[in-house]
Design a protein around this ligand. Structure first.
Ligand code: HEC
Ligand code: HEC
Ligand code: HEC
Ligand code: HEC
Ligand code: HEC
Ligand code: HEC
Ligand code: HEC
Ligand code: HEC
Ligand code: HEC
Ligand code: HEC
Ligand code: HEC
Length: 407
């Protein structure tokens, strides 16, 4: 609607030359008479139009909410209304949602001046087009959550511009077993998590915040809400017990699996990569492992050879002194024999974590290692010297030829 037309209408209503109530059916139609043209503009060029059909189909429209329920300083009986009206809010009716949102990372980000952080409208759509979450077209429908959050957390330009923590999170999530499950045949009927299954919707907090569902203290609980079997086993192992005792250096689910790019546990690339994850904390142990046949071959990317978890288990790692550990002396032969069919106790006594520089661990390995190092140094020194002398001799021969001495 052209501004002039709108203003003319305003006057028409004011002068009583039109009787909208007689011609129209509901209270909203009075307002829509001027506001249903989606191109309508106010005097300063601001848009004042709304899509009538979309409003009717919205959660609020379908419920029969009146324009005046939200625009409380207007009334169909008091027209024209003033040019400037109070800004309508969601507060009056969704007190809890508004209160919850106020303590989220998004609201805090906005308060701190980050104008990109999500508001109600970013997640629920424009004020007049809000839909219930069970509507397949809603931005908050399970099937659309990835796209909704991804409009910022998957947008490289915004990620850089607004310094979004974690970078392009959507891209990682898109490659995960979780999203693959959602996009597969079992689809959104499956239990696989979307962003809000792990983060919450009106409770999104930074992972550094203790209260966050994905903080170090809570992440095992969050993953465990679906992976109960793994959680129960994890809780009984050394890592789980330490994590429960509040030791922040103890690993949780995402230290080994990652958070967004979680892969199927049978994926060879992941099984090899998880050795690196163990190594983030057990640095020396990984160095010793890399000295063994197992460690060298997995380093080349082959997962069939023993990884850390093949010998220690994944979720209930225990000290070798614990009789329940597969690495306990009494269980070791059986453990090796899962791959080395004919393993004997003698075979199983082979050291999977050799430390050649540590005489306490193995005296024979210590001296063998010294011997080998001396031998290596000797061989290099001898042949090095030999090469230098040989080069010197060749040089002299060439010089003497130039002088015409020898032929
Ligand atoms: C006769 C036409 C007409 C009718 C009827 C009408 N409006 Fe308006 N309305 C306007 C015009 C014109 C403007 C733009 C004022 C401006 O910015 O110059 C406007 C602006 C608004 C605004 C924006 C105010 C702001 O501060 O930017 C709201 C909200 C609004 N109307 C709600 C309503 C509601 C609710 C009703 C029904 C109770 C209604 N209008 C009925 C013509 C109308
Ligand atoms: C559920 C609450 C709600 C209902 C119902 C509602 N509005 Fe709004 N409306 C808002 C909010 C929120 C805004 C954005 C903040 C503001 O400008 O006040 C808005 C903005 C507007 C604006 C300013 C221009 C714009 O689009 O931002 C107009 C005009 C308007 N509404 C008219 C209407 C009319 C006409 C109806 C009835 C058909 C209606 N509204 C019903 C909440 C509502
Ligand atoms: C970061 C995205 C996001 C923001 C921001 C957001 N919501 Fe939501 N909201 C959701 C999602 C997703 C759901 C669906 C329920 C769920 O999965 O937990 C939801 C559900 C709702 C519901 C219905 C369920 C309930 O809790 O009553 C209402 C009402 C609601 N939101 C209102 C609001 C209001 C009002 C604001 C702003 C103050 C807001 N939301 C901000 C994502 C968001
Ligand atoms: C005048 C009161 C009122 C205002 C203001 C209002 N709403 Fe609502 N809203 C309702 C009612 C009533 C329902 C339906 C309640 C229900 O089904 O649980 C509803 C439903 C919703 C739903 C769907 C909930 C679901 O079950 O999925 C969302 C989302 C929502 N509103 C968001 C908003 C947002 C965002 C705003 C601010 C722009 C807002 N509402 C402003 C009254 C209001
Ligand atoms: C409109 C853009 C936008 C949308 C949509 C959005 N976010 Fe955000 N999000 C941000 C911005 C910007 C920040 C950083 C706020 C700040 O400055 O601390 C943020 C922060 C976060 C954080 C906290 C990061 C931290 O460590 O501080 C999480 C978690 C998060 N968003 C998850 C989500 C989820 C889940 C959704 C979808 C339900 C979503 N976001 C939708 C823009 C958005
Ligand atoms: C809302 C439920 C839910 C949550 C929360 C959840 N997952 Fe999953 N997860 C699933 C579903 C469903 C699958 C795919 C089906 C399957 O293989 O079990 C899956 C698959 C996996 C797989 C691959 C399983 C395999 O067979 O190799 C791993 C690993 C995994 N999730 C780890 C995690 C971690 C770590 C977290 C927490 C950061 C987490 N999940 C949170 C439901 C969930
Ligand atoms: C399986 C659970 C899970 C899912 C699904 C998930 N996240 Fe996360 N997210 C986490 C965990 C756990 C962290 C904590 C940091 C870490 O361990 O890497 C995190 C961290 C983040 C961060 C970084 C800021 C911070 O707090 O460190 C953002 C932003 C984020 N997630 C957004 C999203 C978005 C957007 C989606 C959907 C595309 C999503 N997440 C899906 C579990 C999940
Ligand atoms: C110390 C590293 C580590 C931690 C911590 C960890 N996982 Fe695992 N997870 C693994 C490894 C390694 C495998 C692969 C097991 C295998 O190949 O036998 C695995 C496998 C899985 C699987 C696939 C099914 C299975 O049992 O083989 C799921 C699901 C899973 N983990 C979820 C979790 C959850 C939930 C947590 C937190 C409660 C968690 N993981 C903590 C290393 C870890
Ligand atoms: C986030 C750090 C972290 C990660 C990742 C991690 N661990 Fe641990 N682990 C610890 C801490 C801390 C302890 C307890 C202190 C200690 O004995 O070193 C521990 C203890 C152990 C123990 C028992 C040692 C004992 O004496 O009781 C074993 C075995 C073990 N981890 C194996 C693994 C394996 C295998 C992986 C990878 C699949 C792994 N860890 C990943 C931190 C980690
Ligand atoms: C071939 C099987 C095997 C592999 C592969 C292996 N370990 Fe071990 N690990 C053992 C055995 C057996 C012991 C106990 C022997 C000893 O006293 O050191 C042990 C001891 C340890 C210990 C000392 C704590 C204790 O008393 O249990 C840690 C920590 C550990 N391993 C972590 C790892 C990590 C991390 C990896 C991968 C980088 C790994 N292991 C790979 C078999 C293995
Ligand atoms: C996940 C399977 C797996 C487990 C468990 C495993 N290994 Fe191995 N290991 C292999 C494979 C595969 C090779 C490659 C050579 C081969 O096939 O024998 C190998 C090679 C070796 C080698 C060097 C080559 C040779 O045969 O002399 C030794 C020594 C060895 N393993 C000892 C052990 C001991 C001791 C244990 C138990 C503490 C163990 N392994 C547990 C898979 C495993």
């Amino acid at each position: 609607m052209r501004p002039l037309l709108a203003i003319a209408l305003l006057f028409a209503v004011a002068l009583g030359t039109a009787d909208p109530a007689a011609a129209q059916t509901g209270p909203n139609d009075t307002c829509l008479m001027c506001h249903s043209d989606s191109n309508a503009k106010g005097a300063s060029g601001n848009s004042i139009g709304l899509d009538k059909a979309k409003f009717k189909a919205s959660a609020h429209g379908a419920l029969g909410l009146k324009c005046t329920d939200c625009h409380t300083d207007t009334s169909v009986d008091k027209l024209p209304h003033p040019k400037k009206l109070k800004t309508a809010t969601c507060t009056g009716c969704h007190e809890q949602a508004v209160k919850d949102y106020a303590s989220t990372a998004h609201a805090k980000g906005r308060a701190g001046g980050n104008a990109v952080a999500a508001t109600c409208a970013d997640c629920h759509g424009p004020a007049h087009e809000v839909m219930k979450s069970d509507n397949p077209a809603s931005r908050t429908n399970r099937a659309n959550i990835e796209t909704t959050c991804g409009s910022c957390h998957g947008n490289d330009k915004l990620v850089a511009q607004a310094h979004l923590p974690g970078g392009n999170v959507q891209a990682k999530y898109h490659d995960s077993i979780h999203d693959k499950t959602l996009l597969s045949k079992s689809g959104y009927a499956s239990q696989a998590p979307t962003c809000v299954s792990c983060h919450g919707a009106h409770s999104i907090l930074s992972s550094k915040d203790q209260a966050s569902a994905v903080s170090r203290t809570n992440v095992a609980q969050t993953c465990g809400s679906c992976h109960q079997r793994e959680k129960i086993v994890f809780d009984k192992g050394t890592h789980g017990k330490l994590a429960h005792a509040g030791m922040t250096a103890a690993p949780n689910c995402s230290d080994c699996h990652g958070a967004h790019g979680i892969q199927k546990s049978t994926a060879p690339a992941w099984q090899v990569a998880v050795v690196g994850a163990c190594g983030n904390c057990h640095e020396d142990i990984v160095k010793s492992y890399r000295l063994t046949y197992h460690g060298k071959v997995t380093d080349l990317g082959f997962s069939q050879i023993a990884t850390c978890a093949s010998c220690h288990g994944a979720h209930d790692v225990r000290s070798a002194s614990d009789p329940l550990s597969p690495t306990h002396p009494l269980n070791r032969t059986e453990m090796c024999s899962t791959c080395h069919a004919n393993a004997t106790a003698q075979f199983a006594s082979w050291d999977p974590h050799p430390e050649p520089a540590n005489p306490q661990r193995s005296l024979s390995l210590y001296y063998t290692s010294i011997f080998m190092n001396v031998l290596l140094a000797g061989v290099f020194t001898f042949f090095g010297l030999h090469t230098i002398l040989w080069a010197y001799r060749s040089f002299r021969v060439v010089q003497e030829r130039r002088k015409g001495g020898r032929h």
